[in-house]
Design a protein around this ligand. Structure first.
Ligand SMILES: NC(=O)c1ccc[n+]([C@@H]2O[C@H](COP(=O)([O-])OP(=O)(O)OC[C@H]3O[C@@H](n4cnc5c(N)ncnc54)[C@H](O)[C@@H]3O)[C@@H](O)[C@H]2O)c1
Length: 330
């Protein structure tokens, strides 16, 4: 097997690369190639995740916003291309940088599509996002779990959601024109180790965990953006890896498949799990001036169950504890 992973040094990429190096060992003739420009991902995270197998990875440091044979040549005779690279961040960064994110992600996706046209990998796995679903389907934490048909007519909340939706549309053309077998997974809010935990760009879970760790040994106050009643369907990166692994031989050319739990967890509920684990004396303080994004969503994952035989397994309690322990160590 020759497998190429873009965004291999990111959160999901680090878990995935490690797992694929394990399943497809180098000494059995397999080749795993990872491409990343390290703009958000870190080689140290990738190395930590892969351990001794890191040496079997062919790592290419390239910027996918610029089309170049330096990276595109690696898709030649590739069995599977898994495209994870893009600009993704927390709601604060996303709402301040919509045009940059929109343009950059379009460039990345179109360049990857051009490379696919030229080298025709046998299979292409694209990951979209639940942020591409229309905002009017996410107005309450009691909103009906999203189904794939809800995506259109489209009206995503942010430029990030629009850019990822355009990537889905472009992937569908590859399938329709029989360029390659294409799987499109729409991921809900993913969390896990190897994530970006910087103040500026981190997503809600690493942000709350790092603030919680600091407040446990400091002022015992945990700041929450908004009233905390906004919610998301949180999914651990290990569950996403299990969906991607199932997509290696299932789910092609059948439209978008949602990957996420059918439960909407509010930010206040999330904060309570974090506080209970770290220090029960921490109190929550709400900042109503900060952006909150969509109000509530969850996934009806019946399509994933039927086509991929996939279900979420990792509990929030376990996943958060594991992440906090990793953040403390790092
Ligand atoms: N994290 C989530 O909650 C979530 C939810 C839905 C979908 N997704 C999708 O999953 C994929 C991976 O997300 P993640 O959470 O691992 O994010 P991440 O930021 O940790 O990983 C993305 C990787 O892409 C790399 N990258 C960015 N721009 C690049 C460029 N121009 N050239 C080469 N590499 C570049 C980054 O350095 C990073 O390592 C993304 O496509 C994202 O849209 C993530």
């Amino acid at each position: 097997m020759k497998i190429v992973i873009t965004g291999c040094a990111g959160m999901i990429g680090s878990y995935l690369t490690s797992e694929l190096l394990r399943i497809y060992p180098n000494n059995e003739g397999n080749k795993i190639i990872g491409i990343d420009n390290l703009s958000r991902g870190k080689l140290s995270h990738l190395k930590e995740s892969c351990g001794d197998r890191y040496g079997d990875l062919v790592f290419i440091n390239s910027d996918l916003t610029i089309f170049s044979m330096d990276w595109a040549k690696h898709l030649h005779e590739c069995d599977i291309l898994i495209h994870l690279a893009d600009v993704v961040a927390g709601i604060g960064y996303v709402s301040r940088n919509e045009s940059y994110i929109f343009r950059t992600n379009l460039l990345i996706n179109s360049n990857v599509t051009k490379a696919i046209f030229e080298s025709k990998p046998t299979r292409y796995i694209y990951v979209g996002t639940a942020c591409s679903f229309p905002r009017d389907k996410q107005l309450s934490t009691e909103s009906k779990p999203l189904v794939e048909e809800d995506q259109f007519p489209a009206y995503p909340e942010t430029g990030y959601g629009w850019s990822k939706l355009m990537g889905e549309v472009e992937s569908a053309f590859l399938s329709k024109e029989k360029i390659t077998d294409t799987v499109v997974l729409s991921l809900h809010n993913v969390y896990g180790r190897y994530c970006d935990y910087s103040k500026e760009t981190s997503q809600v879970i690493p942000s709350l965990c790092t603030k919680g760790i600091a407040s446990a040994s400091g002022n015992k106050i945990l700041e929450i953006w908004g009233d905390g009643n906004q919610g998301r369907a949180f999914i651990h990166a290990q569950d996403v890896i299990s969906a991607i692994k199932k997509s290696l031989n299932k789910g092609e050319n059948c439209g978008v498949i949602q990957i996420g739990p059918n439960r909407c967890t509010t930010i206040n509920e999330l904060a309570k799990i974090i506080v209970d684990y770290l220090d029960k004396n921490i109190i929550l303080k709400h900042d109503l001036t900060k952006p909150v994004g969509d109000i509530g969503r969850s996934a009806n994952y019946q399509k994933a169950k039927k086509i991929l035989d996939w279900e979420p397994k990792v509990t929030l309690e376990y996943g958060l504890k594991d992440l906090i322990q990793w953040l403390v160590k790092n």
